[in-house]
Ligand binder design. Structure first.
Ligand code: AHR
Length: 497
């Protein structure tokens, strides 16, 4: 039998709050995320408000989406907000050059997005256009959104049916400015940030949290230059983008979302867990300039990026979602929780029908992916206090390489309940854990598990509930210890009450 792994959960040493905004999502004008996802107009018969699907809104409310990022992504740096307001049938059209070259008719714009956020009861996170927009354009968008008095922009807003400002706070100043957002150097971008950020004004009751477009993966120099040149007071956060790649690197053949062997499963998980190294690297640089940790690290694009489903538009990034995706989500969220003293916001790419989606749709039908279920299990951590966890993980060995098989995070919520989320990424071994709960008093343990026999298991429209959570009864308490048997390929959430 495998020896038990000793885990210390330290209830005597509560740490930082895990910001709920770590559990944020991302919805770009890309493929069928907005059109055919959130927004169906009159095309199908489902419960709707305006053109927004209410059945999907309900599903997302259940996992407590804290914020939603929009309109991109690369799309943000080609988006001109004034094209997306006013009577829908009079809005100009444009070409979505980044994503399939399709015509964008601007029927989903500022008002529609903010209505969606109202319905989801989440905070909007808008990415402004730096790449092809002007300082004036961004400045006026903020005035349109956030000013309550008489002004040129508020007059237009009122004509368009919205009396009161929305008071949007999360404000991205460009996206991937090193790439699709303008191919800039960090020195050039840092200057541009200051110019755009200066005129993206604070209005009464709406203090902007300005977020700089940060590094691509391990581009530590980008973080360094921005941290050195942008005053902390002007920048609430700086972003980081890292996608999990099945082959471990970018190429036209990224690997299938559904058909892969263990070797590729292993390299996928390795690419996912690399997030830990990246956070340590970027945080060390941020600490150099900002030891008080005022500036947030915002991982506003993460998730697995595979080949598209065969036969679908390559520019639409539609991919299936398997038990492997669930382990990517669970492990990444555990990493974010454990880094919550610097990572205060994150956004999975992307909510519906794009990349690592929570929801897939087929006309009227929709299904919840394994990734959705992870967010459902993990919502207990939102705004709870992190508890440190110490242990040495058993190894998941594949060929000459190895990874930590288990990752864990723990928190205590406002009612005093302690939650642990544990992932075992090893596809071949169950792992017994002994949790030593120092300073944690509880009477009852309950749990839920998300698991499936194969890492390739997926939910389909024929079998939408193949991978879904179930009650977990394999945590046995005695005194202040818990014996937990973690099945291979599993995510467990325990509640100690
Ligand atoms: O999420 C898809 C794309 O990936 C985004 O538009 C872009 O920012 C990133 O390269």
């Amino acid at each position: 039998a495998t020896a038990q792994t000793q885990v210390l959960v330290n209830g005597y040493d509560p740490q930082q709050q895990i910001s709920r905004h770590i559990y944020g999502h991302f919805s770009e004008h890309l493929g069928r995320c907005i059109y055919g996802g959130f927004w169906v107009g009159d095309s199908i018969k489902v419960p709707k408000q305006g053109g927004i699907r209410l059945d999907i809104v309900d599903a997302l409310k259940k996992i407590k989406v804290p914020n939603l990022r929009w309109p991109g992504g690369c799309f943000a740096d080609e988006y001109h907000w004034r094209d997306g307001i006013g009577p829908r049938n009079q809005r100009p059209k444009m070409v979505n050059t980044n994503w399939g070259g399709v015509t964008e008719d601007n029927s989903f714009g500022t008002h529609e997005f903010l209505e969606l956020c109202d319905l989801l009861q989440c905070e909007p996170y808008i990415a402004g256009n730096v790449g092809s927009g002007t300082v004036e354009e961004m400045s006026k968008w903020v005035e349109y959104l956030n000013f309550d008095g008489l002004s040129p922009m508020t007059t237009i807003r009122k004509q368009n049916g919205r009396e009161k400002p929305w008071k949007v706070e999360f404000w991205g100043v460009g996206n991937e400015s090193w790439g699709c957002g303008g191919n800039m150097t960090p020195e050039y971008y840092a200057n541009e940030f200051k110019r755009y950020a200066t005129y993206a004004r604070n209005y009464p009751g709406a203090r902007l949290k300005r977020i700089a477009s940060g590094a691509n993966v391990a581009d530590y120099n980008w973080t360094d230059v921005c941290m050195r040149n942008i005053p902390a007071g002007q920048m609430w956060g700086i972003t980081l983008h890292h996608y999990t790649l099945p082959s471990g690197h970018w190429s036209d053949n990224k690997g299938s979302a559904t058909a892969f062997e263990e070797k590729e499963y292993f390299t996928t998980m390795k690419s996912c867990l690399y997030m830990e190294t990246l956070l340590n690297g970027h945080e060390a640089i941020m600490d150099k300039y900002d030891p008080a940790k005022k500036v947030a690290l915002v991982v506003d694009e993460w998730g697995i990026w595979t080949n598209v489903e065969p036969g679908t538009n390559p520019g639409f990034l539609y991919q299936q979602n398997s038990m492997r995706d669930a382990l990517v989500a669970a492990s990444t969220l555990n990493i974010f929780n454990n880094h919550c003293n610097r990572v205060r916001m994150a956004n999975l790419a992307q909510t519906i029908n794009v990349l690592q989606a929570l929801i897939l749709t087929e006309k009227e039908k929709f299904l919840l992916t394994p990734t959705y279920h992870v967010f459902d299990l993990y919502k207990v951590h939102q705004d709870a206090t992190l508890l440190p966890v110490q242990f040495k993980s058993p190894e998941y060995v594949s060929g000459n390489d190895k990874l930590p098989a288990v990752n864990i995070s723990a928190s205590k919520d406002k009612e005093g309940k302690v939650h642990l989320t544990i992932a075992n990424i090893d596809p071949n071994k169950a792992i017994p854990l002994q949790l030593n709960l120092a300073g944690i008093n509880f009477k009852k343990v309950t749990g839920q598990i998300l698991t499936s026999p194969k890492f390739t298991d997926i939910n389909t429209f024929a079998k939408p509930d193949l991978v879904k959570p179930a009650a977990f009864n394999n945590a046995v308490a005695s005194g202040n210890t818990l014996q937990v048997q973690m099945p291979a390929l599993s995510v467990v959430m325990l509640e100690l009450n």
